[in-house]
Write a protein that binds this ligand. Sequence first.
Ligand code: ADP
Length: 355
Amino acid sequence: MKKPTLKNVLGSVSSFLLFFLTVGFIVSCCMMLFVRVLADTMGLTLTPDNIAAAAKVTFWNVVLITFLFKFADHIRRRIMVDRPTKIITEAIKRMMAGDFSVRIKPMQSAGTEGFNEIAEGINQMAQELGSVETLRTDFIANVSHEMKTPLAVMQNYGTLLQSPDLSEEKRIEYAKGVTDGSRRMADMMTNILKLNRLENQQIYPQVTEFDLGEQLCECLLQFESVWEHKQIEIHTEIAQDVTVEADAELLSLVWNNLFSNAFKFTPSGGTVTVSLTATAHHAIIKVTDTGCGMTSEVGAHIFEKFYQGDPSRAVQGNGLGLALVKRVIDIMQGEIGVESAVGKGSTFTVKIRRS
Ligand code: ADP
C-alpha cells in the first residue's frame, strides 16, 4: 500500500473538517427551526440569546458526536476493510510472482463472510493454477526425458556408423538403430500432438454409422505380423451386425492402442482374445491377454500421461497410448476399465453408446 504524503493528509483533514462543520451547521439549523416551532406552539418566548446558546450547544454537540462516529468508523474500516484488502493484495502479488502455495486463512469475526468468500475463491484459484503449473512442468520434464533415450541411442549408433571398416551387417544394424530411434521420437510427437488436440477439443468427432465388428477385425489384422512372429493365438468372439454411430478414426485409435499393448505385454505362445457384445444402447468390447498383467497400483495410473508400469518394457512405448485411449473414451462419454493379475494377464473393457 502507498504511504500517505503530507499533502494527502492535509487534504483528508480539511475534507474531514468541512464535513463536520457542514453536518454541525445543517443539524443546528434544523434544531433551531424545531425549537422555534415548539416555542410558538407552546406559547414560549425565546430571546435571541437563548437561541444563540442553544445553537452553539447543538452545533458543538453535533460536531463532537460526528467526530466520534467518524473515528469509530475509521477504526472499523481499518479492521474490516484495510486489513483484509492487504491480505488479499499480498496473496495476489505472491501468485503473480509464481508462488501458488499461497492460502488465505478465513476470518472468524462476524461480518467477514464477504472476505471469506473472496479468500476461498483465491485459494481455489491458487490450487488450480498450482496443479496446472505442476502438470506443465511435469509434462515438459517427461517429454524431455522421453526424448533423451532415443536421442542417446541415435547418437551412439551415429558414432558407431562413423567407424571405418564396418562390415555390411554392422552398418545395416546401426542404421536400423538410428531409424528405430527416430521412428520412436516421431511416434511420440504424433501422440503428443494428438493428445494435445484431443485435450483442447480441437477434434470434433465426425460421427458416422459403421459396423463395429468389422472395424475391430480390420484393426486386429494390422497386427498379423506381430502375432505370427510371437506365435500368439488369437480368439475372437464378435457379435454380428453391431453398428455404432461414432467417429471411426477416433475409435480405431482406441483399438490400435489396446491391441498393441496386448501383443506387447504378452509373451510368445500366449493368447489374445477380442470380444464384442451389444445391448440395444451399448456396445461392450473386451481385449484380454495372457501377458504379464499388472498390480493394482500400476492399474490405478495407466491412464495418466507418460506413465509406464514396467520399466523393462519402457523402450517399446512412451506411456501416452492409454492416456489417448482414455481421452477418446471420455469424449465419447463411454467407459473404460481394466482387470488384471500379475503373471496371469489383463482384460480391458470398453463400453460405448451405440448412438
Ligand atoms: P506404453 O505402452 O507406451 O508404455 P500405455 O499408455 O499404452 O504406454 O500403457 C501404460 C502402462 O500400462 C504400460 O507401461 C504398462 O505398464 C501398462 N499396460 C498397458 N496395457 C497393458 C497390458 N495389456 N498388460 C500389462 N500392462 C499393461
